[in-house]
Structure formats: C-alpha cells, structure tokens
Design a protein around this ligand. Sequence first.
Ligand SMILES: O=C[C@H](O)COP(=O)(O)O
Length: 249
Amino acid sequence: MTTPKALVAGNWKMNGVAANLAEIEKLNDLIAGGGANCDVLICPPFTLIHQSVQAAGERVEIGGQDCHANISGAHTGDVSAAMIKDQGCSYVIVGHSERRTDHGETDEMVSSKADAAQKEELVAIICVGETEAERDAGDALSVVTSQVRGSIPADATADNTVIAYEPVWAIGTGRTPTADDVAEVHAAIRNVLTERFGDAGNSVRILYGGSVKPENARELMSVANVNGALVGGASLKADSFYGIVQAYD
Ligand SMILES: O=C[C@H](O)COP(=O)(O)O
C-alpha cells in the first residue's frame, strides 16, 4: 500500500491584501531553512494569485479557492480553471462548506468544478464534511461518504484528486473531533476511494481541516489515513502555518 506524501494547504479565504505577501515569502524561507517532508500550498484570494506565485519561491505552491465549471464565457465575476492554471497554480479547492452554504453548491456542481479543474491539469481539492446537527444525529459517515461519491468527477484519477474532510462545526471554532472520530471518517473516505480507484485509492491524499493549529497538528496528522491538513485561520501568518508544517519534519 502506498502512503501518499502529505500536503499541508492554507486557505486564506477572503483575507489578505498585497501587504500580506510577505507572509508567503517568509513561509518559503522558513521551510527552505528547516525542511518539511510534505508539500505546502497556499490558496490566496484570486486578486493575489499572480503576486503570490512570484512570492512563493521553491517550496510553496499556489492554488485557487474555487473555479467555475465552464472554461470561459458570460459568467460575470467568475474565474475559470484555465485562468487559475494560466497564473501558475497547481491546485484548486472546490466544494468548501462555505461555498456549499453561501452559494448553494451541490455535489453535482462541485463535481463539475472538479472536472473543469482536472481537465486543466490542476489537482482538485474536494471538500466534504458534516454539520453539527448531522453528527449529533449519527449521520456523519453517511453524509460524508455520500458527498465524496457525489463530488468526484467521472473522469477523475487518483493523481488529480485530493479529499479534504472538514467537519463544518470545527471550522473557525477552536473545536476539533477526537482522534478516534477523525480516524473513523478518514477510514470511511478511504474505502470509498479504493472502491472508486482500486489500489490507487490508497495514494489519494485525505486532508483533515477544522481548527488545525500548531498545538494540535502533530496529534491530528498522526491519525491513520490523515495525509495532511487544510488550514484556515492559522495559515494567515507564516509562523503559525510553519508550526503546522513542522508536524512533518
Ligand atoms: O479551509 C479551511 C478550513 O475551513 C478550516 O478553517 P480553520 O482552520 O480556520 O478552522
């Protein structure tokens, strides 16, 4: 069984202006100085992608936070996977719970976006996760596995797919599931991936996201089938994000 190389990804969400690019330069310097046995990605707002690619150096990759399902056309305010790729990105996040909530994105829409990204040779980071009510009702596993099945495009491969499990109730709250709960959900996702991709499903990275901090990163990243993190708030400052990356030193 192949253990995938971990990915620690930062999602800046709707935060950051040009002055914050120094954090990306600093992050690259910290990693170059201290090593990190994982891939490192920052997904800034679209307005900063071009400058972020220039600031990122050798050790940090840059990605988008969303893309449209179409490659071009009359879609005011939207950005296509081709445009993100053109700026030097290698990844794009799709189906984040904030987009599922704020923009009514369904699994079918997320799958279309992931398909557009993968056809542009971007790796799609497909986000899934249950709400607190769904967990309390005992439905976490069925909700998450259904989202994974419904959000992976028909033409996806193990190489161009990453899954990020983010319990909605853990995002930005300081609360995290227990290690056992994370292990249970990640194992269920792994089963879906091996059903879908065969043995190659073992090489798909499954990230955990939701209140990951330097203080809890080592414990969360050591859980079985956790192959990295998707980090929000703690990715905005190089020092705290590097503290998470160091879980893979
Ligand atoms: O995309 C990142 C997640 O939503 C996690 O955010 P957080 O680390 O601020 O909880």
